[in-house]
Design a protein around this ligand. Structure first.
Ligand code: G3I
Length: 353
């Protein structure tokens, strides 16, 4: 009997993230990756990236952004993003493209609408075979510190489009992408929309309006860049995700990472583990949540230390490729289909990205 129990326990102990997510009915557990980062020079990093039991979906962190694909007006170069797309194709991993329109990492020569018009025919002829979804419109609403209502970003569209009471460029982007590719899932993707607040209410209103106008939108991506100790509670995450799915779209955690204040301690790593478990657990408990993508998996390539002074260790693997306790937190979330064992949390992540 003891032997039998030990044998039964073995596969669970070594089970990996994508394997578990798919077993639990999700489409994938995935990661972002950047082929120009140091990870691609590291054998162990590449082994983990290519291990489809670990990751069933890839997102290029930078290689498909406007600065990369159209460095000069009318000159298209997809090679940077295609490295990741090709790996995903070879491994039969799902590809989430990233991103068509956002305010950062723009092409140096122009902005906004001209981009959409220029890029449309090229998107049609350049669709990786395994592309499932396209992050279409990135943060276009901004909830500043101390502001109660989200504002439309003034830095991109409003400088380049005629004034309009509605964010017209969002409609243009969704229409153009739907025409260019009828198969890709089209997502609105944003941060600070993981909890009940004015910004998530504004996104619900946007989804409602687009649908009313007959514009195809298939999903809402919750970026989920959290801080250990102030990540949203599982109840708030579930409530917010269901607020979107009730409108007839799917949802996904698209850029999950949970940063801690350095140095690492057993206490902040335990908090991080509980916060990862809540985030992934929330996706598990919402039928319309299709999967989770971590925003890279190895601490040395995380974007966090470059932006948040004194913070880091936001990923699931340490620099020496041992796993954070949070890896086990995620495993527990993927294997526990009840609310039992999920801790609290709360709070709002201020930010600018
Ligand atoms: O490629 C240059 C390199 O030539 C140069 O030597 C180096 C010096 O700093 O910079 C390199 O560019 C960096 C680029 O990433 C590629 O590594 C930029 O400085 C750096 O700012 C840029 O950061 C990216 C960030 O978006 C830009 O806002 C991160 O890698 C990327 O992970 C991050 O991803 C965003 C999502 O797209 C949208 N949601 C938020 C998320 C985190 O900011």
């Amino acid at each position: 009997m003891q032997l039998l129990l030990a044998v039964l326990a073995l596969p669970l102990a070594s089970a990996q993230l994508n394997e578990l997510a798919q077993k639990a009915g999700k489409l994938y557990f995935g990661t972002a990756t950047d082929n120009e980062d140091i990870g691609f020079q590291n054998k162990t990093y590449l082994q983990i990236l290519n291990d489809t039991k670990e990751f069933g979906q890839l997102t290029p962190s930078n290689g498909q952004k406007w600065f990369a694909v159209e460095p000069e007006l009318g000159v298209f170069n997809y090679s940077y993003g295609d490295v990741v797309a090709d790996i995903a194709t070879a491994n039969k991993q799902i590809l989430r493209c990233h991103n068509l329109v956002w305010h950062s990492q723009l092409a140096p020569w122009g902005y906004g609408i001209s981009y959409l018009e220029q890029r449309k025919p090229h998107r049609r002829s350049h669709r990786p075979r395994n592309q499932r979804s396209q992050t279409l419109v990135q943060p276009m609403l901004r909830l500043g510190r101390g502001q109660r209502s989200p504002q439309r970003r003034r830095d991109l569209s409003q400088r380049h489009l005629p004034p309009s009471p509605r964010p017209e460029y969002i409609r243009i982007a969704f229409r153009a992408a739907a025409a260019a590719d009828p198969h890709a899932k089209l997502y609105y993707n944003d941060y600070n929309i993981e909890s009940p607040n004015n910004k998530s209410a504004a996104v619900r209103a946007l989804v409602r309006d687009l649908k009313k106008e007959g514009i195809r939108i298939d999903g809402v991506g919750l970026q989920s860049h959290f801080t250990a100790g102030s990540a949203p509670s599982i109840d708030n995450l579930i409530w917010t995700m269901e607020g979107y799915t009730k409108l007839g779209v799917e949802v996904a955690l698209t850029e999950l990472d949970i940063r801690i204040m350095e140095p690492e301690t057993s206490s902040n790593l335990a908090q991080q583990s509980s916060d990862y478990k809540n985030a992934v657990g929330a996706c598990m408990l919402v039928d319309g949540c299709v999967g989770v993508t971590v925003w890279d998996f190895w601490d040395p390539v995380s974007w966090v230390p470059g932006v948040f002074t004194g913070m880091g260790s936001a990923c699931l693997w340490f620099g020496n490729f041992t796993k954070h306790p949070a890896y086990q937190g995620v495993v527990e979330a993927l294997t526990n289909d009840t609310r039992r064992g999920f801790g609290g949390g709360g709070g709002h992540n201020g930010g600018w990205w």
